[in-house]
Design a protein around this ligand. Structure first.
Ligand code: ADP
Ligand code: ZN
Length: 656
């Protein structure tokens, strides 16, 4: 017998091997094997078992790694579709979905806490209407996609729990995906309280051993409720009734390395394979998903009110140009924001201050020669971190001491300009001596259990003000928070990215949604130098529709997603001239391959950050109505590989 095997390599085709006679007929698709590959021995994945091969003189497999298929038939189907959709290989998808160092056979239970199940609240009439639609879809056992547009605090999560309970009642499992930074103890506790030991977690902070155990439990069917980040969409559950993406607009659902899949698309593919329901939930749906809902590919369901008729927080926009004009210098906290913060602190309420930028200062600049300290390996400024007293590159994570004088001219003392969360924190200590401040960003949350500690400190009122990056915008349900201040809405608005308006609207809406979730009403102040921008205006009026209308008109006018699809090609290499030449030759070759088809080709041009870790990056973009003809043209030029003239080429379908 012959086994066809694929490898974790950028080579799409499978390779045939002889199955040694002595093994009997025990090899099946979905098993891992050890196979000779050139001079190497590689772990591969069996994708087919056949009686014959067109190739003569086949080499025998060396060893069988699994006793039974590790990869389920559904996962095999998903790998196939994902590889096709994102121009990568099945082997790359398998490697991505399997935990490293997997031991399926030993599967002691994952630690769990709350066994006494919590009883669910009675649904509000809005929730009940939406749930009826979900239930009918699940019962039908046919694929359905819903876009659940629900304002913050409207009870979306409660609906997710109900839908999963419905799937379980039918003998099927449920997967709930959450963005990486929303994978907080609070989220986990809610699922555990409802489903106890059925819950299995899947996220990047698990140890290799925990991942192995989780895989075993899912595959064995002993735990059927998966709560996890992006790659949990591939979870080896036997039968899935519902796939939920909470905060479906979150960019972390797109993987930023090969395989560059979007969990939403994989969820849709999986639902088709298993007759499952997909629920995309958000207070700020992605423009892509809302567009599909408008075209009726997804069914739009809405929750327009907060639970218990709690009002939406009152949002005011502060025009920072006034403060600048009065004080003749940029200020961090306007008088209005300081006053509101003081009131909240004095009345024992909690406040959140949001700034989507970590570190202390944006750049370290020499006042004598004007030079900004840049990372040697990446063409980007280094960010000063006061806690570590070092400059840090946010692209490669390299650090350097600040130094006494400017390394360019050796004269001036470096001056720190621009804001980061650390600076906000230190300013708060100066303005409000004695108040207790906590910071929530990737630096402060690096340690295991740091989320749990912070969350406990917030709920027990040990913290008065929480300062943070977008981490504070996601999923926190803290009823004592009455005030939210946005230090600057402009950090995300001014990025050179066509999604800047969308990100800004999302962030402002989400962070504003943290205020007033309890008894007392919430108030939100947004500081900005662009107070009339439609994203800021729409966010301040809680008006998603207004935002969407302005945004989709812009996307249509400029021929941007979702009206057209994009594929981004990045040519990489160490030598600037080689990369530039390869990018130009590739562009010409693609133009030829495209011929008279309706595909736009933009570029090549250096990437926005042209060098990262000493790798030079040039970029070209293809635009068309459909992806398939673009992939065809790319394949016609690159063949089976992802190399061109000696340079690796990254293919990113639907880049974010
Ligand atoms: P969202 O996910 O839309 O932000 P949540 O599901 O977190 O909203 O609901 C907000 C709060 O309201 C939570 O504390 C939740 O427990 C509570 N809640 C949700 N549904 C109900 C209900 N039907 N009755 C009472 N409380 C509810
Ligand atoms: Zn760097």
């Amino acid at each position: 017998m012959i086994a066809e095997v694929v490898f974790h390599l950028p080579i799409s085709r499978g390779f045939d091997y002889l199955i040694p006679e002595a093994w009997g007929v025990s090899v099946q698709p979905g098993m891992r094997v050890l196979a000779p590959f050139g001079a190497r021995r590689l772990v591969g994945y069996v994708v087919d078992v056949r009686a014959s091969s067109r190739i003569r003189h086949l080499k025998p497999l060396l060893r069988r790694i699994d006793d039974e298929p590790l990869i389920t038939p559904v996962q095999q189907g998903l790998a196939q579709q994902t590889a096709q959709a994102y121009a990568c290989t099945r082997g790359e998808v398998y490697a991505n979905m399997l935990p490293a160092a997997l031991r399926v056979r030993s599967s002691p239970p994952q630690e769990s806490t709350a066994p006494e199940h919590e009883s669910p609240p009675t649904l509000t009439s809005q929730q009940a209407a939406v749930f009826d639609a979900f239930r009918a879809a699940i019962v039908s056992r046919r694929p359905h996609t819903f876009l659940l547009h629900g304002v913050t605090g409207s009870g979306k999560t409660e609906l997710y729990l109900r839908v999963i309970a419905e799937a379980l009642a039918q003998g099927r499992g449920g997967i709930c995906l959450v963005p990486e930074i929303a994978m907080t103890p609070q989220t986990i506790d809610r699922f555990r309280r409802r489903f106890g030991d059925e819950v299995v977690l899947w996220h990047s902070r698990l140890t290799a051993r925990q991942r192995g155990e989780a895989w075993g439990a899912m595959k064995a069917g002993s735990r059927r409720v998966v709560v996890g980040t992006r790659s949990a969409v591939f979870a080896p559950l036997a039968a899935v009734g519902c796939l939920i993406l909470d905060e479906e607009h979150d960019p972390s659902y797109k993987q930023d390395q090969t395989p560059r899949y979007h969990a939403r698309d994989v969820a849709l593919a999986r639902a088709r394979l298993e007759g499952a329901v997909v629920i995309l939930g958000s207070a700020t749906p992605s423009v892509e998903s809302y567009y599909e809902a408008q075209r009726r590919t997804y069914r739009l369901v809405c929750l327009t009110e907060r639970i218990n008729q709690r009002p939406m927080p009152k949002v005011e926009v502060i025009d920072m140009r006034d403060a600048l004009a009065h004080r003749h210098r940029a200020v961090m906290l306007s008088d209005r924001l300081s006053l509101a913060l003081r009131r909240a602190v004095e009345s024992q309420e909690q406040a959140i201050l949001f700034l989507n930028r970590r570190g202390f200062a944006r750049v370290a600049q020499c006042p004598a020669c004007g030079a900004v300290r840049q990372c040697h390996a990446c063409s980007t400024p280094m960010i000063y971190h006061a806690t570590r007293q070092q400059l840090l590159c946010h692209y490669c994570n390299r650090s350097e001491p600040l130094g006494d004088t400017c390394p360019s001219c050796d004269r001036g003392y470096l001056r720190l300009r621009g804001l980061g969360t650390e600076r906000v924190e230190s300013e708060l200590h100066r303005l409000f001596p004695g108040i207790s401040v906590a910071r929530m960003d990737t630096d402060a949350m690096a340690a295991r259990e740091s989320h749990r500690r912070l969350y406990d400190a917030m709920t027990s009122q040990q913290v008065g003000v929480l300062v943070g990056t977008q981490m504070v915008a996601k999923g926190l349900d803290l009823p004592q928070v009455t005030f939210v201040g946005v230090i600057s809405a402009d950090t995300s608005l001014n990025l050179p990215d066509f999604r800047a308006g969308e990100h800004t609207f999302d962030l402002l809406t989400q962070v504003a949604g943290r205020a007033g979730r309890g008894e007392r009403p919430g108030r939100v102040l947004i500081q900005t130098y662009c107070p009339t921008h439609y994203a800021i205006q729409a966010a301040s009026h809680h008006d998603y529709e207004a935002f969407y209308r302005a945004e989709i008109a812009m996307r249509q006018r400029l021929g941007l997603p979702p009206c057209l699809r994009l594929i981004e090609l990045t040519v990489q290499g160490r030598k600037a001239e080689t990369v530039e030449r390869a990018a130009e030759t590739l562009t010409r070759a693609l133009k030829q391959a495209i011929g008279r088809r309706r595909i736009h080709l933009l570029g090549p041009a250096p990437h926005r950050v042209a060098m990262v870790r000493k790798t030079i990056r040039w970029r070209l973009v293809l635009k068309a109505r459909r992806v398939a003809p673009m992939l065809e043209a790319i394949r016609a030029v690159l063949g089976e590989t992802r190399h061109f003239h000696g340079c690796p080429v990254v293919i990113d379908v639907d880049p974010l």
